[in-house]
Design a protein around this ligand. Sequence first.
Ligand code: NOJ
Length: 568
Amino acid sequence: MSFTAPIQLPGLTLDPLWYRRAVFYEVMVRSFVDSNGDGAGDLQGLVSRLDYLQWLGIDALWLPPFFNSPLRDGGYDVSDFYSILPEFGTIDEFKDLVTKAHERNMRVIIDLPLNHTSDAHEWFQASRSDPDGPFGDFYVWNDTDEKWPDIRIIFTDTEDSNWAFDSERRQFYFHRFFSHQPDLNFENPAVHEAVFEVIRYWLDMGVDGFRLDAIPYLYESDEGNGEGEPPTHEFIKTLRRMVDRDYPGRVMIAEANQWPREVAAFFGTDEEPECHMAFDFPVMPRIFYSLRSQQADELVNVLSETTDIPDGAGWGVFLRNHDELTLEMVSEEYRQAMYGWYAYDPRMRANIGIRRRLAPLLDNSRAELELAHALLFSLPGSPFLYYGDEIGMGDNIWLPDRDSSRTPMQWTPDRNAGFSSADPGKLFLPVVQSLVYHFNQVNVESQLAQSRSLLHWVRNVIHTRKAHPAFGLGDLTVLSVDNPSVLAFVRHYEGSDNPMGDSREDVLCVFSFAHNPVSATIEIPEYAGLNTYDLFGGAQFPGIGDDGRLTLTLGTQSFFWLHIAPAR
Ligand code: NOJ
């Protein structure tokens, strides 16, 4: 395999912690813009909207897989890691995307599903037809399907076992996801070599990092449950050493849908780091829980538990993504409450989760959308937006599986929402035409034209966050509040790169989940006697008393971001 020469990265700022300050945007190539009228989005289409993303304030794109694939799992079923699905474009077009993104100081993160391949991959075809050949041990084969009964099934809607029988090899193969996605055998050193070669190929092409899809599941064992087994962590450490040595500045992002302590393990330690970032799966469902329970306690607990991570590491915070809103890592009682609130129609469920977009989940309530985004942009970690959520796009629960929230981006009120010039019947998925979220009303063009639209609001919050390094780099202290519906914390940062001119920045963030206006007294003794100012408009707010208390009134489901400082 020959490697392409590394390309220069013109325009990128040399900030080793860039990912801690960045605002990320998940964009499915297939769903964003169709440049050639074939009914599916493509790389050239994405390039044509980089200006829009730059205007919005996006620093990094996360692209779900765009490799060759039978597309039976949205591209997470890769049949060749070295080529691009022809309907999406070519390697040269991908390089063009990277160059044009970098010219805008925007990074490109790709998604690498390394745990498994498609059964159409030539490695698997060779493995099933030639057990003694070079690929014979590339997958996890067994004579029975009774091994590892304790390993949970993830795709409960479609699979009833993690084993499938192969009629050619006459053995069972292990698959953590769909049965057409056999797991690679990480016990085999040749698999490590093959996977490292794939990673280097894309890093050499100039990508700024990769999301490690399904990373807890690389190894299985007789003793464990196959999630985050010790050799899985060893593999990630080795990978991190290679990235730090040969590709400094590029990042590894863990997709580990685990309990808080287990997710944090994917950061490794100061001495032996693993991933630079990990998605904050613990915090996400608790945001939605708080919005309906009107109680802040679940967030208080999880924030207190997950903040202790190695230097330089950072969380990836998100509200929604291309998958179902997963409820695997919450208690049964909690899960039932979430289903009752957010998935009252069984069609809204998928596996152990909810397959809806953000705006419909929040019943299109502007107050809730703002509150949820305010949390997203001020919790510790870097925010990851999902394409279309910035305009409050709807979903289509009549489509199968997670396609419900992967419909074409709504750009204009014109044909196919401006996504494609194809015959509407040819689109890979129909555009949303529901009563509330029809593309006639919900689209980028009309929201650009209204200064008070959600799109302008989101952009404003993004730019406000980016002007205050405390959000990306600062630490977090949860405060005690006398009202259980109110969450309050301080983000604090000291450093030389504060655009506000101070070396120190302290931002008090207060959120009310109550469905009516409330008053709350916050204990904030460290800041006794200081003033508070609204971070957006600069207006002076009540001062913090000499007793270290601050009483605020908050409207229904509202928030404040307040700069704490001496009198101006
Ligand atoms: C996690 C991805 O986010 C999901 O979309 C996919 O189906 C599974 N991994 C399997 O690759």
